[in-house]
Design a protein around this ligand. Structure first.
Ligand SMILES: [Zn+2]
Length: 262
């Protein structure tokens, strides 16, 4: 059981690495592209150091808080605020709001995380929690998560047409952009989550039901594992290896490609 935390090569990002990433590598054009179909203004959020306990000294009161960024002028301003907080994680709000800031819908999403997968070696999530390894996962669990997200995609494709998978840095998110999915009621979402769970998918039901409406922002840095959250084509998923795939590895971990130091 030694070395069981995250697959080899993954590790928390330091504050300097977070700074380097958001100053020179964070792709705002791609973020804008991701968000372009959304109605109204998108809210963002950051968590500075909840899981890593790595945070700037001046935020010692707020390292564990979910900080909402809803006052900004353009994505460059959002990026400037991220650089101020140097968070371990950046999220956006799947809720869609109307002009009066009332919730008018929600992007439907599914979260398949490797730690929720029952592993032949490490057991169920409950087993892992008992060992205080609730956020740990191994290569086998990651492989099983890939198989699940592909099956889930194929299942949802029967009902929806605008689906997008994102490697989240740990597991996979599946976003549904169809308008009819955005319009679902909480009751309908709860039923969908229950059905999907019954079919054997290890999803986080809170995400699908909508209570947990923040989701990791694609193209941001997952600071626990030093991986970039990246959208994947369905055909890429099977061979996708987050240990080696440069697309999800920040420059500070790519040998010979170290960016400017700060
Ligand atoms: Zn395992």
């Amino acid at each position: 059981m030694s070395q069981y935390f995250v697959p080899e090569g993954m590790r928390p990002a330091t504050l300097e690495e977070r700074r380097e990433f958001y100053a020179s590598e964070f792709n705002l054009a791609k973020v804008a592209e991701w968000l372009k179909g959304r109605a109204g203004k998108t809210k963002f959020a950051v968590i500075i150091g909840r899981h890593t306990k790595i945070f700037p000294e001046k935020y010692c009161e707020d390292w564990d808080t979910t900080i909402i960024i809803d006052e900004y002028v353009g994505l460059e301003d959002v990026c400037r605020q991220i650089l101020e907080f140097l968070p371990e994680g950046v999220y956006y709000d799947r809720n869609v709001y109307n002009q009066s800031d009332e919730k008018a819908g929600q992007e439907l999403a599914f979260d398949v995380d490797p730690e929720n997968i029952t592993c032949p070696i490490h057991g169920t999530l409950a087993d892992k929690m008992k060992r205080h390894q609730g956020l740990s996962f191994c290569g086998t669990e990651l492989e099983l998560a890939k198989q699940q997200i592909v099956s889930l995609y194929e299942y949802l494709e029967k009902e929806y047409s605008d689906l997008q998978v994102v490697y989240s840095g740990r597991g996979f998110h599946l976003h549904v952009f169809d308008q009819k999915a955005c319009d679902l009621t909480t009751k309908e979402r709860t039923e969908i989550a229950a059905t999907v769970k019954e079919k054997g998918f290890a999803i986080d039901v809170w995400v699908t039901e909508g209570e947990m409406h923040l989701i990791r922002l694609p193209y941001s840095l997952h600071g626990m594992v030093s991986r970039i959250a990246v959208p994947l084509e369905k055909k890429e998923i099977e061979k996708f290896n987050p240990i080696q795939n440069e697309k999800c590895i920040p420059k500070y971990l790519q040998t010979g490609k170290s960016a400017t130091s700060f």
